[in-house]
Design a protein around this ligand. Structure first.
Ligand SMILES: NC(=O)c1ccc[n+]([C@@H]2O[C@H](COP(=O)([O-])OP(=O)(O)OC[C@H]3O[C@@H](n4cnc5c(N)ncnc54)[C@H](OP(=O)(O)O)[C@@H]3O)[C@@H](O)[C@H]2O)c1
Length: 255
């Protein structure tokens, strides 16, 4: 199957590692041209040189970072056909453990950053070819994740944004992807925090998580990257307004 991504101009947030890098990689393998956004790092430059993409060093948690990064990506690519809304995850913790500052960080980094990137990208996507937006969300859109109340509150809000925009921005398509536990720095760090807080060895924490996953393992970033590239592509031309779970069957709720 030809995904039809050849020459498509795609901006990918949080692209120096983990899920963003995996989506960028899968799209680039299909011939897409990528603008890769993350804070300045050797890792960002390494991914870009591997994929032949351009680097956009930006902090998506600042007030101007998202719009500025998006404008630079559009300039560098000469337009925009695809947008991956993604960045670092919100701070973990129970409701009791999260103070005003943590919530501020969560809302700015997860909700505001997404709104700002999408708002800036829309006019360029409107002129794009088979334009599509993909939001990297979480299994928390279907079921709350323990000790991650920020995600449980904010990700469903972004799911609501997808359902709201779908009627407003067509023919630009907009979809989400809901990772369960994909083996990235973020998930390793969450497991480490849980291990430190509970006093359980990290292997035990991981084993408890894996026990909930019918496929019996964490996912690999490339397994999510391929689904992301498909959702951005012309091959998914009639897929609109949905959130696709990539979780090895972990979440049992009906969509
Ligand atoms: N992995 C999973 O299974 C899973 C499950 C549910 C939800 N998610 C969500 O999916 C998203 C990606 O997760 P991941 O596992 O790929 O995380 P990750 O491995 O920690 O990667 C995060 C990426 O975002 C970039 N980033 C972080 N803060 C940024 C900032 N302020 N401005 C710009 N870029 C920033 C990082 O680069 P720099 O640090 O260099 O900027 C990196 O490229 C997160 O929001 C996470 O909560 C992941």
């Amino acid at each position: 199957m030809d995904l039809g991504l050849e020459g498509r101009r795609i901006m990918v947030g949080g692209a120096s590692r983990g899920l963003g890098a995996a989506i960028a990689e899968a799209a680039a393998e299909e011939g897409a041209r990528t603008a890769l956004v993350a804070r300045q790092s050797e890792a960002l430059r390494a991914v870009a040189s591997r994929l032949g993409g351009v680097t956009i060093a930006a902090d998506l948690t600042t007030a101007d970072g998202p719009a500025d990064a998006t404008r630079r990506a559009i300039d560098a690519l000469g337009g925009l056909d695809g947008l991956v809304v993604n960045s670092g995850g919100p701070p973990p913790g129970s409701f009791a453990a999260l103070d005003e500052t943590a919530w501020e960080r969560a809302i700015t980094g997860t909700l505001q950053a997404a709104l700002r990137v999408i708002r800036t990208a829309l006019p360029a996507l409107d002129d794009g070819c088979d334009p599509a937006i993909l939001l990297v969300l979480s299994s928390s859109v279907r079921e709350p994740v323990a000790n991650l109340v920020t995600s449980n509150v904010l990700r469903p809000g972004l799911n609501g944004l997808i359902k709201s925009l779908v009627g407003e921005i067509a023919p630009i398509r907009i979809n989400g992807i809901a990772p369960g536990r994909i083996d990235t720095d973020r998930v390793r760090s969450l497991d480490r925090t849980r291990s430190e807080e509970s006093g359980q060895p990290i292997e035990e924490v991981k084993a408890q998580n894996v026990a909930r996953i019918p496929l019996g393992r964490y996912g690999e970033p490339a397994e999510l990257g391929r689904v992301g590239a498909f959702l951005l592509s012309r091959a998914a031309s009639y897929v609109n307004g949905v959130v696709v779970a990539v979780d090895g069957g972990m979440i049992r709720s009906l969509p």
